[in-house]
Design a protein around this ligand. Structure first.
Ligand SMILES: Nc1ncnc2c1ncn2[C@@H]1O[C@H](COP(=O)(O)OP(=O)(O)OP(=O)(O)O)[C@@H](O)[C@H]1O
Ligand SMILES: [Mg+2]
Length: 341
C-alpha cells in the first residue's frame, strides 16, 4: 500500500530573539539583533497508510503542533520532506487543503461573527463542495453531533463544546482523506468528549478517513487510535501498535475476585503453588485481588487456583493503563534505553 503521509527527516527550527531586559536591552537588540536557534522538530521520519488512526503524543513543547502545522502547510519546514497524498503541503497549499481537514482545539476555523450555518456554507463555496454532498454531510453531522441547537448562533456566542463540534463538522464537509486533530477534546466535559470520540471513530471506520490525533487525554488515545507515535524534544522516540506496546510494557496485571464468603488467602499459599512468580495479594472481606506478572503466570492459572478454594461470584482483570505505558516510554528515553516492541 502506498502511504498517504510520508515524513522524511523533517526538521523545523525557530529563531528566538535574545534580548536583555529593560530599555538598554531593547535598544541594543534594535542595533545589533541576536537570535538563538530552537529545534522544535528534529529529523523525524514516519509514514502513515490510508485509513490508519494514529495518536501523536508527547510532553508539552515536544514539537507535535509544529509537525501538524507543517503537515497542513501552515509552516514551511527547515529541512526534510513531507508528502501528503502526493502533494508537498507548503508548496501546493490549495491542492493540499482539498485532501485534508484540521481541527485545532485552541482556535476555531469558523468566522467569529457569522452564524455557524453561514460559516459552513462559506466553506462549501471555498471547497467547491457539490450541493448534494454538502447537504448530505451537513444533515449527517447535524444529527450525530447535535448541531441543530446552535447553527443559527455566531461562533462567538456558542460554548466551547459546541464550538468544537461545529469545528469538527467544518473540517469534514469536503470529505478529506486525512483529518488532523490537535487537542480536539481539551477543556470539554465528559459527555461532549465521548460524543466527539465516537464521531471521530465513526469517520475513521466508516469513511476510511485517516486520523492523526494529538492529545494529552489518554482516553482519546485508547478510544480512537490503533497506533502510537511518541515524540520528545523534537525526536520520534517510539512508533508502534498500541496493543503491542501495551503487551510489551505493561507486564503487571491484577485480577479481582468477588467471592461468596469472606476469604483469607495467605500470600504463602500462592507462592507455594507458583514458586518464583512475583505475586501480591489483597484480601478485603469478599473481595480478593491478586497482582501478578503476566510473563510469569497466566491469568487462567490464578483463576483455576481461586476456583478450587472459594465460591467465585465475579471476576475482572485490570488492563494495563496506557498512561503508565507512555510514562515508562518517556522514562526509558530519559535513560537512553532502546525501546523495542
Ligand atoms: N512560532 C514559534 N516561534 C518560535 N518557537 C516556537 C514557535 N512555535 C513553537 N515554538 C517552539 O517549538 C517547540 C515545540 O512547540 P510545539 O507547539 O510544537 O509543542 P507541542 O508538542 O505542540 O506542545 P503542547 O503539548 O504544549 O501543545 C517549543 O519549544 C516552542 O516554544
Ligand atoms: Mg501543541
Amino acid at each position: 500500500m502506498t502511504p498517504l503521509i510520508i515524513v522524511d527527516d523533517l526538521t523545523k527550527e525557530f529563531l528566538h530573539a535574545v534580548k536583555k531586559p529593560g530599555l538598554t536591552g531593547s535598544v541594543r537588540h534594535l542595533l545589533r539583533p541576536e537570535y538563538e536557534k530552537k529545534t522544535a522538530v528534529d529529523r523525524i521520519s514516519f509514514s502513515i497508510d490510508p485509513g490508519e488512526s494514529v495518536a501523536y503524543v508527547g510532553p508539552n513543547g515536544a514539537g507535535k503542533s509544529t509537525t501538524i502545522k507543517m503537515l497542513t502547510g501552515i509552516l514551511v519546514p527547515t529541512g526534510g520532506k513531507i508528502l501528503v497524498n502526493g502533494v508537498i503541503p507548503y508548496k501546493q497549499r490549495i491542492e493540499n487543503a482539498k485532501n485534508i481537514g484540521a481541527v485545532f482545539g485552541q482556535r476555531t476555523q469558523l468566522w467569529w461573527d457569522l452564524p455557524v450555518r453561514e460559516s459552513l456554507s462559506l466553506l462549501k463555496a471555498i471547497y467547491e463542495i457539490p450541493e448534494r454532498e454538502y447537504k448530505r454531510n451537513l444533515e449527517l453531522f447535524t444529527d450525530i453531533l447535535n448541531l441543530g441547537e446552535f447553527l443559527h448562533l455566531p461562533a462567538r456566542k456558542i460554548s466551547l463544546g459546541q464550538r468544537m463540534r461545529a469545528d469538527l463538522a467544518a473540517s469534514l464537509l469536503h470529505n478529506p482523506k486525512v483529518l488532523y486533530l490537535d487537542e480536539p477534546t481539551i477543556g470539554l466535559d465528559v459527555s461532549v468528549k465521548a460524543r466527539i470520540r465516537q464521531f471521530i471513530k465513526q469517520v475513521n471506520q466508516e469513511s476510511g478517513t485517516t486520523i492523526l490525533l494529538t492529545t494529552h487525554d489518554m482516553e482519546d488515545i485508547e478510544d480512537i487510535c490503533k497506533r502510537l507515535l511518541i515524540i520528545d524534544q523534537g525526536r520520534v522516540i517510539f512508533d508502534g501498535e498500541l496493543q503491542a506496546v501495551k503487551d510489551a510494557f505493561a507486564q503487571e496485571r491484577t485480577i479481582h475476585f468477588e467471592v461468596r464468603a469472606p476469604l483469607h488467602l495467605a500470600e504463602d499459599a500462592l507462592h507455594n503453588q507458583f514458586p518464583g512468580a512475583a505475586l501480591h495479594i489483597q484480601n478485603e472481606g469478599s473481595h480478593c485481588s491478586i497482582q501478578f506478572n503476566r510473563f510469569h503466570l497466566a491469568a487462567g492459572e490464578i483463576i483455576e487456583f481461586m476456583m478450587k478454594r472459594s465460591d467465585v461470584v465475579d471476576i475482572h482483570i485490570d488492563e494495563p493503563s496506557i498512561e503508565l505505558v507512555i510514562r515508562q516510554i518517556y522514562e526509558s528515553n530519559l535513560n537512553n534505553q532502546r525501546i523495542i516492541v
